[in-house]
Write a new protein. Structure first.
Length: 552
């Protein structure tokens, strides 16, 4: 309860996201009145909040909180959904009737509200897929100025064949194909054509033409290097063409997966990927990996099949934010060549992707340092080195350097692939929450693995929670970032770090004051660790006053 009054809103936000059930009812009631909308927004995302209290957020004074509730509480009671669907704020209604949501299953709007939702420009695209098409509705939607509406129409299972063919030849390249391409400059978004491409009943010549057109329009590989020479309209066309190319490669088509044999030799990459039944192709190099380095796991679970592109957030009128945002989003594509789908579809191999900060988990560690850091800082170092060892084992070998700094902090730097970082269905860059949530493999299973000191491995979160501060620097091929934590709670966002051509992770931390008097590392430790982890070569650098450096 004391954390609900903590002066740092980041702490209160973490509490709001992790509290759960009627046992925390008083806590929820207090946080409902928090002055910071981010705290209330975290409540809106919390599925463990009592229904009657969560429903109060539908009347929150901040429309962003209400919009968050609309996106996250997809199975809210009908009175709550109705209130959100008829909210006076455009953003709230758009969040309540959208083409994508933060959680599955997606909500179905009440039938009696569909006419109003179809008449509302901000909810029309989200309502198209739920409406029954008749000739008048088809004709009206086919001429809608919003490409998102026409795209949803292109994907509608009830679309009549004549209209489907007309959409395939829509003069707007976002809807279908235009052989002469005369109006490309007027309406440059090519993504609606994907709605026709992805349909099972699309004639093969039409599908082939759309495929060829999108590949032809894709910008050159170095187009971002010259983005200063592009005006806003030209930049927007380049962005949308690149999005269409990336999305063309990564469509997930249930009708292909259901009957894969006819598509084994398909010229379309996305058909071949569906044929494998894998969310990520083996050629990407995904595999078992380790906790904070591993790439996307290969699995046969569900993936996002929505064709709605998260780049819709981009504003072509603001050229510099667009450029910076697109560079960030492209970074998320770099490792896998695709977006990673709905966050709900990501398989939890080592940590829970749905969590960001587990306040209860971190609090337990801080209350019991003797259990989670037996022997003091040396055990915390081993917890970090263990992840480098996992990475080395998965790659056939690796190195790490343990540095003892003059200020009492310790850093562990490896040469692995870097912490797994993905792009969700909304275009948001998401880092695996290795520092502030439990390692699912070890924390609750102390018998699973022992570290060289003979004590159980419990995971990286023990290091973060038992450190006054910790700085996590991550270098991947797609870009580099850093984040600072205090007592396990993140106090900064992902801050960009200049790339240097290397990959790997550096974790530097200052153990809590009560631990710093316990033990110290010696130059003999690397040899002992290398025997325990044969794939990993460890070196210690001692930069403390009076110490010989470097150590072996």
């Amino acid at each position: 309860m004391a954390l609900a009054e903590h002066p740092d809103p980041a702490v209160r936000t973490a509490v709001a996201s992790r509290a759960g059930g009627d046992a925390h009812r008083e806590l929820f009631e207090r946080l409902l009145g928090d002055a910071d909308p981010k705290v209330r927004g975290s409540l809106a995302e919390n599925d463990h909040m009592p229904t009657d209290l969560r429903a109060l957020l539908a009347a929150d004074a901040d429309p962003e909180v209400r919009a968050t509730l609309a996106q996250w509480w997809t199975q809210a009671p009908e009175p709550v959904r109705r209130r959100l669907l008829t909210d006076p704020d455009d953003a709230v209604r758009a969040g309540a009737c959208a083409t994508y949501y933060r959680q599955l299953p997606h909500p179905v709007p009440p039938a009696d509200l569909l006419p109003a939702l179809l008449a509302d420009p901000v909810t029309r695209a989200g309502a198209v897929g739920r409406c029954t098409l008749d000739a008048d509705t088809e004709r009206r939607l086919a001429h809608d100025p919003d490409e998102a509406v026409r795209r949803e129409l292109a994907e509608h299972p009830g679309l009549s064949a004549p209209l489907r063919d007309r959409l395939a030849e829509d003069p707007d390249p976002r809807v279908g194909i235009l052989p002469l391409r005369d109006r490309l400059a007027e309406d440059p978004d090519p993504r609606v054509a994907l709605g026709i491409f992805a349909r099972q009943d699309t004639p093969e010549p039409t599908r082939a033409a759309i495929h060829a057109r999108i590949l032809t329009e894709a910008p050159p590989a170095d187009w971002l290097d010259d983005d200063q020479e592009l005006d806003d309209d030209a930049l927007e066309r380049q962005i949308l063409s690149e999005i269409a190319r990336l999305e063309l490669r990564t469509l997930r088509l249930p009708w292909v997966t259901a009957d894969p044999l006819p598509h084994t030799d398909s010229p379309y990459v996305c058909f071949a990927d569906c044929d494998t039944g894998l969310r990520v192709r083996e050629r990407v190099g995904a595999g078992r990996g380790c906790g904070h380095h591993e790439g996307p796991a290969i699995d046969s679970g569900p993936s996002c099949t929505s064709l709605t592109c998260p780049f819709n957030e981009l504003d072509g009128r603001e050229s510099r934010p667009v450029r910076n945002r697109f560079r960030e989003l492209l970074a998320g594509f770099a490792d896998t060549g695709r977006m990673d789908g709905s966050r709900a579809s990501w398989v939890n191999t080592t940590h829970d992707w749905a969590d960001t900060v587990d306040a209860d988990h971190l609090g337990r560690i801080r209350r019991e340092p003797e259990e989670f850091a037996p022997g003091g800082p040396g055990h915390l170092v081993l917890e970090v080195v263990a992840y480098a060892a996992d990475e080395a084992a998965s790659r056939g070998g690796g190195r790490c350097v343990v540095t003892l700094h003059a200020d009492g902090s310790v850093s562990v730097q490896d040469d692995g692939r870097g912490t797994d970082t993905r792009v969700d269905e909304h275009g948001r860059v998401v880092k695996k929450p290795v520092m502030a949530t439990k390692d699912l493999r070890f924390f609750d299973h102390p018998e699973a693995e022992r570290l060289p000191d003979g004590h159980p491995r419990r995971g990286m979160s023990t290091v973060a929670a038992l450190s006054e501060w910790l700085i996590h620097t991550n270098r991947r091929l797609s870009g580099s970032w850093s984040r600072r934590y205090e007592h396990g709670v993140p106090v900064t966002g992902l801050e960009t770090v200049e790339t240097d051509g290397t990959t790997g992770t550096c974790v530097r931390f200052l153990p809590a004051e009560g631990l710093r008097s316990h033990g110290s590392l010696t130059a003999d430790d690397p040899a002992r660790w290398s025997g325990y982890w044969p794939a990993l070569t460890v070196r210690i650098e001692d930069l403390r006053a009076g110490a010989d450096r470097p150590s072996r």
